[in-house]
Design a protein. Sequence first.
Length: 403
Amino acid sequence: MRTLLLIIFSLQAVVTGLFQTTSNPGIEIVNQQTSYQYGEFLDFNASFKFNEPVKNAYLSVRTEGSDIQTIPVDIQDDSQIKYRYDLKVHPLRPFTSVEYYFSFIQSDGSTWSTQPFVLDYRDNRYAWQTLNDGTFQVYWYEGDLAFGQAILNAANEGQKQALSIIPGTLSTPVKILVYSTSDDMQTALTLSGEQWVAGSSNPEIGLVIVSISPSPEARFELGRQIPHEIMHLQLYQALGPAYDKLPPWLLEGIASYVETKPNQDYQRALNRAADEEKLIPMQNLCGSFPTEASGAFLAYAQSESFVSYLIKTGGAEKLYNLTAQYRDGLGCNEGLKEVYGLDLDQMDLRWRENILGFSLQQMAFTNLLPYILVALVIILPALLIGFFSHNASKTTELRDDAD
């Protein structure tokens, strides 16, 4: 991954005319170093020996998944460059590679750049421990080596689950950061310019971030959160940028399905919503999930159950074919109908009937009931008026006959 980034970084620099592979006898690097405080600042310090006049100097910075940023810098004391990169204004994701180089325009108009340097940007507020098996590199700062191994085991088990549905090899190594508390993780994400309620993954750079404390419940949380995020990475590897075309119910449903320690509260939430007739139409989960906590939780529960039903109905291969339909641009309804022969509303009814025990006849009556009531409100008064008018007319006729 780093080698590829260096190649891309160098090629982009060549295109902009800043990067030259040949040495410049008029400029010599004496020393260069960096230091940083996570989420606060990143200091670049370099010393040069200039044998010829330099008109302008620049610092170019690139992080994984972003474009090169070129910044004019001053040369101090005729040889020093000292620049503080404000991480509050330009936040960086934790545990990503930061590549940078210095460029100069000399008095004769020629340009020259140093080779790219690489900085591993970590959340240095904590003393991280690490394990690496070649595919996954896990980091944690609380707990012993056994906890780290449990993280690694959960990652490998999650990959097996993901591969049973979505084929393909992950770009390695995948970095997994385990914060001990939700507050620690949220602070870290906020300082990196991101914010999530639970765990998250950045498929583009192969990064997973979760919060799990080393406790008796840790294995359950590891088996739930880690495989979920690994599946997001696996989907991205298979679909590329088209990953974002998957409807949320499929994206989160398939990730929840591969959890090796399923959330038992999902079924309880489904049963309660079914009893109270508060299930969310699957059609409503094509765009986004509800923002409130209870609605979002129900959306995850329904999505997991619905995806599970699709796999039971047509198998993993058919579900993978469904992701390909969405990758190729079909809509939420059209993709499902192409693969399963039913649109989302029809499959929603089948899911409710087969998994939640709904009666299609009862659902049809329930759906028609509002229209029946409206019809009664409109028709019944007319019927009653007609009935009483008819009776009044009959009574008058009888009186006339009696007279």
